[in-house]
Ligand binder design. Structure first.
Ligand code: CO8
Length: 258
């Protein structure tokens, strides 16, 4: 799968994990990471034995952003003609839930990669920021859009316009991350969360992710109607029958993911 082996891939139970592994450059996201990571994620998304995907960084760092050394010499024509960064859109299209396990720096493209995931869990030493302004560029893979939706306009403006770094506590308080854990517990917390999600009915999980994402794209009434139809459709699945029977029979549900 790998071209330069910039990532590690592993499977535990129904969880697929992708670990960015370029510690000499603080896991900076070069083109190889972009292609290898998105390929691996798409592969997990198509694997019926995987129910959730964790994205992490090796050696106590998530990612210190796009690889500045790789991109410094590129021209407008290079980026425009290759539609550079568009491969990241593949992550936004995954149907399975993705969890970013963020330790240390999540800067620039690293913060944007975390925000491309459905849930961010942070170690207490995590640091989030969009410092691109200091390099003379705006964020490039959704930072101005997703950060604004996550933490609101005032804080997103402040962070993107100054490059200020936000610590884990502030990120949790601001709604950017779901939970902060001790750094030593990050991996087990992210795996535990992913295993819990992966044990649920996959059709229900897919529908919930679609419905929540729809809330960003639609008016409230349209979103509520979309959710109602998803609820109706769940009654066509075996898992709905099993889940409700298990409740009434006072036993754990055994989902078959269809
Ligand atoms: N790109 C390339 N190399 C990097 C990057 C980076 N983003 N970040 C760190 N490195 C390298 C350093 O150059 C250094 O290498 P060397 O030892 O060869 O000099 C090594 O990693 C260690 O870094 P430092 O010595 O700087 O470590 P410090 O602990 O002193 O500082 C910081 C850590 C604060 C994280 C600092 O390294 C830093 O500011 N890094 C840059 C952060 C940044 O500006 N990020 C935004 C980049 S632009 C972007 O993300 C746009 C989106 C692109 C998406 C691309 C997808 C393909």
């Amino acid at each position: 799968m790998s071209i330069e082996n910039t990532i590690g891939v592993s499977v535990s139970g129904r969880v697929g994990t992708i670990t960015i592994n370029r510690p000499h450059s603080l896991n900076a996201l070069n083109e190889a990471v972009m292609l290898e990571l998105t390929d691996a994620a798409v592969e997990f998304d198509g694997d019926p034995d995987i129910g959730a995907i964790v994205i992490a960084g090796a050696k106590g760092v998530f990612a210190a952003g796009g690889d500045i050394k790789e991109m410094a010499g590129r021209t407008f024509a290079d980026l425009y003609m290759s539609n550079w960064f568009s491969a990241w859109d593949r992550l936004a299209r995954l149907r399975k839930p993705t969890i970013a396990a963020v330790a240390g720096y999540a800067l620039g493209g690293g913060c944007e990669l975390a925000m491309l995931c459905d849930i961010i869990i942070a170690a207490d030493d995590a640091k989030f920021g969009q410092p691109e302004v200091k390099l003379g560029v705006p964020p490039g893979i959704g930072g101005t859009q997703r950060l604004t939706r996550a933490i609101g306009k005032a804080k997103a403006m402040e962070m993107c316009l100054t490059g200020r770094i936000m610590d884990a506590k502030e990120a949790e308080r601001s709604g950017l991350v779901a939970r902060v854990v001790a750094a030593a517990e990050l991996e087990s917390a992210a795996q535990g969360l992913a295993q819990t999600i992966a044990s649920m009915s996959a059709p229900a999980v897919f529908a919930i992710k679609e419905c929540i994402n729809r809330s960003y794209e639609s008016a409230l009434a349209e979103g509520v109607l979309f959710e109602r139809r998803a609820f109706h459709a769940a009654f066509a699945t075996e898992d709905q029958k099993e889940g409700m029977a298990a409740f009434m029979e006072k036993r754990p549900a055994l989902f078959v993911h269809r």
